[in-house]
Design a protein around this ligand. Structure first.
Ligand code: NAP
Ligand code: F7E
Length: 326
């Protein structure tokens, strides 16, 4: 039986990846950072919490990573742990650098010490393209990050490439564009919108305050994207891949799609609030996933309309459930 270790298992992608690997017959181990409140709700939502071996640890604590690698004896290591919210990275830039950037070196060093044969996946991001240098971004597009998060991820990306070239570690980097789901954190714009749609529809909220609704993103479904992570580690040679849909949409149009799901007009509810503007914005992202299609035979399956509809439906159920309990 193959063994996988996932850091960030309690996050959106960690939960979907764990589910995917369990279905493939893997023994799944997850690094769980110590928190004062419950962080297992996503694993419970997918009903896989009892099938995962949780190991307490933190990517800033290399001793815990060494222990996790020894306990799991993992064939594949997926590093999904990060301070992943771009907005917070201006408020906590040092922590973001330590967790999202240096954390990657900690894991690579632990792999080198414990099991250099383990295959490694790094969760890189389209935020590294930031101030885009090419209208459609692929693996060869120069990077220009626009936030402390993007800068930290760029360090994580290059240290992954460097360990691949220096120590022959099977280390691959997935440059993933935005991907969402009903398990997305509420602070990210799609989920903030679908939660608001559900609350407005059920009379629990009257408006939705947003920042720059002219920003454009290439949004896909997280459930589709975790398969690409796995496919990268099944290749003979490690490499870097852009994972995206190849379509870009404004936040405004995404809102329209989400409000339409319940027959409402988004223009009646949205209020622009400067509080949600960022010190530096990534205006537009659009990925070219041709290499993933050719080498991995991977492509996005879920349209933005299907994704929004799935998220709105899940939030309507959650809000109705909350109302029953109060
Ligand atoms: P997420 O929901 O924010 O999950 C982040 C995970 O990292 C959580 O499990 C969190 O634990 C964990 N974590 C945070 N700090 C940690 C630390 N110091 N030590 C150990 N674990 C820690 O993010 P996601 O959307 O699933 O994304 C997964 C990865 O892909 C992240 O690295 C993200 O930056 C990257 N990425 C995401 C996207 C996207 O659109 N979703 C696109 C490109 C790249 P708690 O739950 O306890 O906080
Ligand atoms: O913002 C605009 C905001 O926070 C998307 C992370 O997973 O994807 C994610 O980063 C856009 C930005 O995601 C609000 O200014 C407007 O232009 O949902 P987001 P993100 O910053 O693109 C990348 C690929 C990652 O790697 C990250 O980890 O929406 N926007 N009004 C807003 N955004 C938020 N959050 N809230 C608003 O009210």
């Amino acid at each position: 039986m193959k063994k996988a270790l996932i850091t960030g298992i309690t996050g959106q992608d960690g939960a979907y990846l764990a589910q995917f690997l369990i279905e493939k017959g893997y023994a799944v181990y997850g690094l769980q950072a110590r928190r004062s409140t419950d962080s297992l709700w996503r694993l419970q939502f997918l009903e896989i919490n009892d099938e995962i071996n949780l190991i307490e640890g933190d990517v800033t604590d290399m001793s815990s990573l060494i222990r996790a690698l020894k306990i799991s004896d993992a064939d594949e290591v997926y590093n999904l742990a990060a301070q992943s919210f771009v907005g917070s990275s201006w408020d906590q830039p040092v922590l973001t650098a330590q967790v999202t950037g240096v954390g990657v070196t900690n894991i690579l060093e632990a792999i080198r010490l414990v099991n250099p044969e383990a295959k490694f996946y790094q969760a890189s991001t389209s935020e590294m393209f930031g101030y885009i240098q090419k209208s459609k971004q692929d693996e060869l597009t120069p990077f220009y990050p626009r936030s402390p998060y993007g800068v930290a991820k760029l360090y994580g990306h290059w240290i992954t490439v460097n360990y691949r070239e220096s120590f022959k570690i099977h280390a691959s980097s997935g440059i993933l564009f935005n991907h969402e789901s009903p398990l997305r954190g509420i602070e990210f714009v799609t989920r903030k919108v679908t939660d608001a749609v559900a609350r407005i529809k059920q009379g629990k909220q009257t408006e939705l305050r947003l920042g720059n609704i002219d920003a454009k993103r290439d949004w896909g479904f997280a459930g589709d994207y975790v398969e690409a992570m796995w496919l990268m580690l099944q290749q003979d040679q490690p490499d870097d891949y852009v994972i995206a849909t190849g379509q870009t949409t404004t936040v405004r149009d995404m809102c329209q799609i989400a409000f339409n799901c319940v027959g409402l007009n988004y223009e009646d509810y949205i209020v622009i609030d400067s509080k949600y503007y960022r010190p530096a914005e990534v205006d537009i992202l659009l990925g070219d996933p041709s290499k993933a299609k050719k080498n991995l035979e991977w492509e996005a399956k879920t349209s933005l309309k299907e994704l929004m509809s799935m998220m709105v439906e899940a939030d309507i159920k959650r809000v109705a459930y909350e109302s029953k309990r109060t």
